[in-house]
Design a protein around this ligand. Structure first.
Ligand SMILES: [Zn+2]
Ligand SMILES: [Zn+2]
Ligand SMILES: [Zn+2]
Length: 456
């Protein structure tokens, strides 16, 4: 993939034009800059919000003056003041981090890139092993052209993915966070002095209700996103349309009584891990352990230098890192990401499982992936296991079409905020009423409280 980017940049420079390279995370920019400087030397600069104002201004000014011809950075680099822009590269185009959704200006860097490129007759090259539904749809309609790279680097085979059915574990009377197959593999790797990545989805975590026997989780009858469980009131709530329901005592699908609130945190996993493997050296990579500048790199080096046996982390561990000695990847629970209250939950899960699987099998030793789940038959899990993109996209496309979700419909989120609940809710309701009255052709959901209802 990097090779394609480098070749495209070479052609662009030959034509006397310039290039922007977007990467999904600030943490990945140093690595990318190093790679591109190796080819293009001083023509490369960095531009992103992680720089100090001085560094940023300097880079911006010299880019504008034409000192640099290649700008590498996270999403805001899409606005780099390059003249004669000929190419925009978007690496891992499916990453949600390309969307700025918190601080204005709100934009999606991928969409901005496509529009900016079109206005100056430049080419956009997007790379991804798991394209977003939006991009995939654009290749189907012929708006984007699709090129497939069918061979892995060094022709290494894709790692084997094994799904562990957690319902079966419970039936056998095993209630640990770690299933017997996963625990066995961890023990085996520790003995062989090979490394392990354990993956737990925590970002945007929200509690949900799931059946331990059949794996069914309760979703909204109107929006089909998973309902969020509110322990204080014992109610479940849809964060799209505000549909509410009492948490069921028997599973609506299989009538089992083993239905309950679900969710595990990184800390609990770490505790149990320490208990069961007291000699293992464990590092954790999540929001709490990486807030300090450079901490990503520290953790990265500790794993690379084999000063740690187990890397335990959230989404961050799924991205871009190459650890040749990692021969086992364990996904603690595919269910947490499957049950995010978001219409993209299935897509994200498929992408995550595929990506984490890509974190192993990078060296001579090969690799193995174990995914624990209660929702064994879910199409995200099944397709990820089979490395079967086509069937995942086919199924997901149908679901989205049926419900009118993007890319087959457009959704606009309108956020109301204020200091007093009643006031915010009243105004939101008033606005919704007006929209219903004057926007007859629109379908309006809510108002509903957001997933994170309170700041501070
Ligand atoms: Zn059930
Ligand atoms: Zn709903
Ligand atoms: Zn809520």
């Amino acid at each position: 993939k990097t090779h394609v980017y480098v070749k495209s940049i070479e052609k662009t420079l030959e034509a006397g034009r310039s290039a922007i390279v977007l990467v999904p995370e600030l943490a990945l920019t140093p690595q990318a800059v190093r790679q591109f400087r190796a080819h293009f030397g001083d023509l490369v600069t960095v531009l992103h919000s992680g720089l100090s104002p001085g560094e940023r201004y300097d880079s911006w000014r010299r880019t504008r003056a034409g000192d640099y011809r290649i700008v590498v950075g996270a999403r805001s680099a899409v606005f780099a003041p390059l003249s004669d822009l000929g190419l925009v590269v978007i690496d891992e185009e499916h990453e949600p981090s390309y969307k700025q959704f918190d601080d204005p200006p709100l934009y999606h860097a991928r969409d901005v890139a496509v529009v900016r490129a079109r206005t100056v007759n430049a080419v956009t090259v997007m790379g991804s092993a798991t394209p977003s539904l939006e991009t995939y749809a654009n290749t189907q309609t012929g708006k984007f052209e699709c090129c497939r790279l069918t061979e892995r680097v060094d022709r290494r085979p894709l790692p084997g993915v094994r799904i562990v059915d957690m319902r079966e574990e419970r039936r056998l009377g095993r209630f640990s966070i770690f299933s017997a197959p996963l625990a066995d593999r961890i023990k085996d790797r520790l003995e062989r002095k090979e490394q392990i990545i354990l993956f737990l989805n925590r970002r945007g975590f929200s509690p949900f209700v799931q059946c331990y026997d059949c794996g069914h989780s309760v979703s909204c009858p109107h929006c089909s996103v998973t309902m969020t469980y509110h322990a204080d009131s014992l109610f479940m709530r849809c964060h799209y349309c505000d549909h509410r329901d009492q948490a069921p005592e028997v599973c609506p699908k299989c009538r089992s009584r083993s239905i309950g609130y679900r969710g595990v945190g990184t800390q609990r996993v770490e505790e149990e891990l320490k208990e069961r493997f007291p000699d293992a050296r464990i590092v954790r990579m999540d929001m709490d352990t990486t807030s300090r500048k450079g901490s990503h790199q520290d953790i990265f080096h500790r794993v690379l230098n084999r000063e740690a046996d187990i890397l335990l982390g959230t989404q961050m561990v799924a991205k871009g890192f190459d650890f040749p000695n990692v021969t086992l990847v364990g996904v603690i629970s595919a269910d947490t990401s499957l049950n995010l209250p978001d219409f993209r939950a299935s897509e994200r899960t498929f992408q995550l499982l595929t990506q984490v699987a890509g974190r192993t099998g990078r060296g001579e030793l090969g690799g193995e992936v174990i995914v624990q789940t209660y929702a064994q038959g879910h199409h995200s899990v099944v397709s990820a296991q089979a490395h079967d993109y086509e069937s995942f996209y086919a199924r997901e496309t149908n679901d989205r079409k049926a419900l009118g979700y993007p890319p087959f419909g457009r959704m606009v989120g309108i956020l109301f905020q204020g200091e007093r609940d009643e006031y915010v809710m009243r105004e939101a309701r008033r606005f919704a009423e007006l929209m219903r009255k004057y926007g007859a052709e629109l379908s309006i959901l809510g108002p509903a409280p957001p997933v994170i209802a309170r700041v501070r």
